[in-house]
Design a protein around this ligand. Sequence first.
Ligand code: SF4
Length: 423
Amino acid sequence: MKIYLDTIGCRLNQAEIEQYARQFRLAGHTLVPNPEQADLAVVNTCAVTSAAVSDSRQKIRQLARHGVRQIAVTGCWSTLNPADAAALAGVRQVIPNLQKDRLVPDLLQVSLPEFDPQSTGRQPIPGARLRTRAFIKVQDGCNNRCTFCITTLARGPGRSRPIPAVLADIRAAGDAREIVLTGVHLGSWGQDLLPPSPLCRLVEAILKETEAPRLRLSSLEPWDLQAGFFHLWQDPRLCRHLHLPLQSGCAATLRRMARKTTPESFAALVAAARLAIPDVAITTDIITGFPGESEAEFQESLAFVRQMHFAGGHVFTYSARPGTAALRLPDQVPHPLRKERNACMRAVFAEASQAYQSAFIGQVMPVLWESAAGLGEDGWEMSGLTGNYLRVNARSSRSLWNQITPVRLSALTPDGLFGQVQT
Ligand code: SF4
């Protein structure tokens, strides 16, 4: 069969679609870059915001317009709205998130042969470029009840993948220069295993048993990190980057969000990380306009974010999701004000990010080149990331795609740092 794959949303969805690609290939099917050529299309949907929901629906409608007769839909939006998904033209199956790890064998009605990394390797999904970073799913679901979050409903309780399965996936990622561990609630990895195991065991096993030059942890909830966790960074393969979602810098807002952290404990964690991991990039997520966020609360949040000197972050305008506790909270903030606050918060992040980046001007740092565009006689224009998540652009006489090379950082531009490749 000819299969077309598409995904919307987070890195976890990306990791899953890459897994489906490997499994379809392993079962002898061909992936195609255009839906017109497909006998079957699989869409991994998202429900994190109303925009993601409308994207999900639109992608499915477009597939039907392109004449795909069999569409299988999975992911957060279709799990929360199975009847709506099933009613869309061309949709033959809606696979709930709790069954998505068996999506390929279930659709094909076969049992997949034992996965053999040597025989399949890593190939790009047609129409997408092969990534230099491989997203590896190590965990799914979440046992927390943050009041704004739809994920716990859509993805179910926390489940960890055992170490041998994760190691097998990493080995299958073959030549990926960077492994990114992903999960809905990555920091809770191991809590449901028998016997329970802390996340540091998984990281230690990966560092010991696999060879990828870089290992990056995606998002970690601040309350999950135990004392001593940062000793792992004595291994230089672990990227000096921590994404610690804060969501608000105001204690009262955090309580209404049911987050298990306070600005004080968050600040202490960041201080410990900075002490243990020199030059670490700390990034975060912030929501503006959460229900009940008064002007005073927002100013408190803004001041705390300023004080944290983040290397970067994502600012989300609060979007009420059906089925969440926050939907029923009083004092919903008017939409224009949510957006105004978002812009203010972004300005603070932009300033902090520039300060963080500027501190590295003059240094030589290893960069993993993610893209290389040919400029004819002028060589190649490349873009990549340092371990501490600095975006770096440079020119080179040859393509260095998927290589890690030292670069002297010389200037800050609107697109990131500019540097000279050191030979
Ligand atoms: S920790 Fe909170 S925000 Fe994160 S997935 Fe769980 S419930 Fe959602």
